[in-house]
Design a protein around this ligand. Structure first.
Ligand SMILES: Cc1cc2nc3c(=O)[nH]c(=O)nc-3n(C[C@H](O)[C@H](O)[C@H](O)COP(=O)(O)O)c2cc1C
Length: 219
């Protein structure tokens, strides 16, 4: 995994960024769906055209690390990419010691980002986002989101029965109502063996969606 950043570099990024000339800043949120094994490929492809930082939930990190056996080439390639910083919950809490002096990482990440794409978005994370819950770094960034300026894109990935569960549609409709875009999952044979809708959309389609919906960012 890429090395974790020191929090001061986030601030430096914000201060130094020339908003007219710089590349797009993309936060990739990774939650606990098996499809997190596609995370390294997604991060690598996004990083060819944008600055990328990754935020993982605890379960997202678990599945991300399984990329080592699922797609070793991508896993190894990602680990050589020092320009992509990876954050997890402890990176928020470990650096916050002095009130008024230390930066609040979820706010700094939100300030930095032009777009956040949560891919994969687990049923649990979707439910939390729809209810405004924010009990980890990923959901805190999303809960502090500035929908007037920045895009928030959600790419669900889950078992077909989870996808078909009435809560999924309710939660996604709430998220659309507040300004999120949804990249629906595809239908195929899932990691659990079921065949149906629920698999993360193809990485290239997600990359194109993120870039095409974010080029007009006015930040
Ligand atoms: C083997 C395994 C596979 C799972 N696959 C999925 C999945 O594809 N999609 C999903 O929404 N949840 C899946 N889950 C459940 C989530 O990992 C669980 O709800 C977790 O709490 C999500 O945490 P997060 O939303 O904080 O990342 C799976 C759990 C296990 C143990």
């Amino acid at each position: 995994m890429s090395s974790l950043t020191s929090s001061s570099s986030i601030l430096d990024d914000n201060v130094n960024s020339n908003k007219q000339k710089r590349r797009l800043n993309i936060l990739l949120g990774v939650s606990g769906s098996v499809a997190a094994v596609k995370g390294p490929e997604l991060a690598i492809k996004l990083s060819k055209v944008a600055n990328v930082k990754v935020i993982m939930t605890q379960r997202g990190k678990y599945f991300w690390n399984l990329t080592e056996t699922y797609n070793k080439e991508m896993f190894d390639q990602f680990n050589t990419m020092e320009n992509i910083q990876v954050y997890e919950d402890k990176d928020e809490w470990d650096v916050y010691k002095v009130v008024g002096k230390d930066e609040v990482v979820h706010i700094e990440l939100r300030r930095w980002a032009d777009v956040m794409v949560i891919a994969p978005a687990s049923a649990n994370t979707i439910a939390k986002l729809a209810q405004g819950l924010c009990d980890n770094l990923l959901t805190c960034v999303a809960r502090a989101w500035d929908f007037k300026q920045d895009k928030l894109i959600i790419c669900p990935a889950m078992n077909t029965m989870m996808w078909d569960h009435p809560f999924t549609l309710k939660h996604l409709n709430l998220l659309k109502e507040i300004g999120c875009s949804i990249v629906e999952p595809q239908e195929k044979k899932l990691a659990c063996g079921d065949i149906g809708k629920g698999a993360l959309e193809k990485v290239d389609i997600i990359v194109n969606f993120v870039l095409s919906s974010s080029t007009s960012s006015s930040k």
